[in-house]
Design a protein around this ligand. Sequence first.
Ligand code: C2E
Ligand code: CA
Ligand code: CA
Length: 891
Amino acid sequence: MGIHVPPLLPNEAERLAALRDLRILDTAPEAHFDAVCRSAAALFSVPMTSIALIDSDRQWFKAKCGVTADGTSRDVAFCAYAILSDDALVVEDATADPRFAHNPLVTGEPGIRFYAGAPLVVRSGIRLGTLCIIDTKPRTFSEAQRTQLEDLARIVVAHIELHRGRLVAEAALEERTRSQALIAASEERYRTAHAKLERTADLLLMAQEAAGAGVWEWSLDEGVVRNSPESARMYGFPCGEGATAWVDVSVAELAARVHPGDLAQMRAIYGDALHHTTYKLEYRVLHPEGGNRYRWLMGCCRILRDEATGQLLRIVGLNIDVTERRTTQDALEQSEARLALALDSGSDGLWDWSVTTGYVWYSDRWHTMLGYEPGEIEPNIRSWERLAHPDDIRHARALLTEHFEERSASYVCEHRVRTKTGAYAWVLSRGRVVARDEHGAPLRIVGTYIDITERKASEQRIAYIARHDALTGLPNRTVFHEHLEQRLAEVRRGRGQAALLCLDLDRFKTVNDTLGHPAGDELLCQIAQRLRTTVRESDVVVRLGGDEFAIIISHLDHAHQASKLAQRVIDAIGQPLDLGGVLVTVGVSIGIALAPSSGDAPEVLFKNADLALYRAKDFTHGTFCFYEAGMDAAVESRMQLELEMREAVLCGGFALHYQPILRLIDHKTVGFEALMRWPHPTRGMIAPDAFIPVAEETGLIVPLGSWALQQACREAASWPDDLRIAVNVSAIQFQQPGLEESVLSALAASGLAPNRLMLEITESILVQDADAVTACLHRLKGFGVLIALDDFGTGYSSLSYLRRFPFDKIKIDRSFVREISDPGAAAIVRAVVGIAKELGATVTAEGVETNAQLEQVHREGCTDVQGYFFSRPLSAAQAIEFIGGNMVENS
Ligand code: C2E
Ligand code: CA
Ligand code: CA
């Protein structure tokens, strides 16, 4: 393949004419042109540069550097291609370019591989030649470098214009000396030339300004630095006549303009210049506008030596004003330094990640935060990947990518990292990209780490507390509603059945009231534990509050699974509990509602399970009950009862009956026990067992008990003086203030002597807050009122209670009397009688129904009897008759 012949431009003739007019071809070398070539060689580190002018059949070098020939034929000239457009021609590898692959300058000497040539454009369309740089190795050439080359080309053009100006001036002078007659004309031409000269100077200035670059040359033997006008301007040296001239200054003058802080660095570099060919530094020079301001210059320099001796000749350089970049960089460095300072004194760790290399600097604090010695963690991103919790990495990466892609202002992520001990710590990591490449890809990101383990722990603790019962640790109502809602949503979508069990402890209130709250709490905890172990893993046990619990059976095949579980729960809870040495037994009632048959909405199902629970409690305690349609009515009737009871308390709808108590030795009536009755307008006479518990639950027992005291005392006041009245007092009445006042006012209102009133209390009162209750009992006793211990032999019965207070009477429960033929029961009765005698108390046997029982209790030492054998409870009128001896039953 032959060599390519470069094409010609349409205005080739005009171009050649312009070139000839310049009379620059084959002229002697000129320093300014040479300087540009040297600067270009230094700036781009290329072995060859030249200013080539394209003649009709040749290229001729006005200036050159590293090139021996004065020119070449136009056919082989790269520059002949470079003048075809206003843009620089760049050939990164000539062997790969069909235009040049077979060019003898490529295939032979000097072996061109890389070529970049910027056209020298004097007027639009007129390109005289190029400023070109050549290398014997292929190279890449950035857009920025292309611009630099084009800027240098503009400097060359400015010199060419200057040359033209000089020609004109010279011609003018010639004319003037040749002919006086032509002086006027030549003066005129001179003026024109002068104007042109100024214009040219302007052009040069503009070119340098556009490039933002100043060129200088320091010839070491002369000790003088020659500055291009732009360079002089940067240093603040006056540019003198015809601003295009280069400005010579001494090194000392120049040094005086440099910031003192940067001089040492400059001196070190120049001192070391022997070992270098190029260097680059940034330094500050006084602002030309004066004051104490400085601007930042970046200098790129090349050190030129005598090729033969190696002796330093001069240094050429190019200055660029980088004030703006430095200002931003300084600000960044300052803020980074501030950040580092602030953080080092705090509890933060720092990191600095070079995204492109993967290198990460971790601060000492970061090491110690994780229990490592400073420097122990490998400074790369893989260390982070190793230490971060596997479950957190994805999330952290996503956040990072978001910031990398500039979709977030900063990277903020909370994640776990493994400490040296192997445990995980929570950290808050914050970072920001501080450097990006020209495409916006992140180069460097810096950030901090704060240890938030404690905060996380308390957050988790709070979240746990919000969802769990503090006492038992069981999930709470919130969790219950969530689960129920979720499971029922599935049921509604046709996914199986579920069951809801509502639980209510029986007798919990009694334990709480009698043994005290700590014991009640302990009981609830033990019950919770039993529930946990009784249900399956898939079932959910929650504490709804108080002594109410619930169980959600998530997956149910048959209803009997629910009843089986309910029975298991009843059996488990029914086992005796050990509360600090006291054995207590409580029971549980359970209401069950099935979904979807008894409802598939949470509120409905819960309401129905609750109704079933009411029903279960209505039966004997310790049972379970399924919801059935119509239960609402039963519950309504119970609520109705409460309502009516309130009314009856207000309107005096209750009555007292009186059961005689007889002395055993002579069967003489010694007194009566007042027993409450509720003569109901539609339900008939309601026995106390049916309404006293409700009265106690609702608190109505307080006004009701007070009424009973008033009524009983008034009635007894009408009896013979030797007859006593016994009134039952509930534990609830002892808890509320006002019992003593109530007793005193009953005595005062009736005029009954205190020693004719006996209060019957159960031992459960003594278990609860024993000191306060005993003190109250002592005060009552101080009024002269008598105190009886009722129902001995039930509940927590223990002989030790007998000694807690000097009772006037002990009443043995009728269950013992019924069993009195049993030697065990008889022995207990005998023991009680023994203690009672010691204490000076009488002993009443309750519920004596037969003569045999009567004889037996007599034998065991009881002093009084009460029971159907002598009389059922009587109305007030009947009681008076009984006293009169007219109505003695069974005798
Ligand atoms: P309590 O204090 O043990 O009263 C004795 C209960 O035994 C009474 O039942 C009485 O009718 C019954 N009873 C007496 N003799 C016999 C007998 O030979 N055989 C049988 N099977 N029972 C006999 P009542 O009147 O139904 O009272 C039940 C409970 O209601 C009382 O037991 C007491 O704990 C409570 N109560 C009654 N009135 C009051 C009151 O005004 N205030 C308070 N707080 N409780 C009361
Ligand atoms: Ca009683
Ligand atoms: Ca009793």
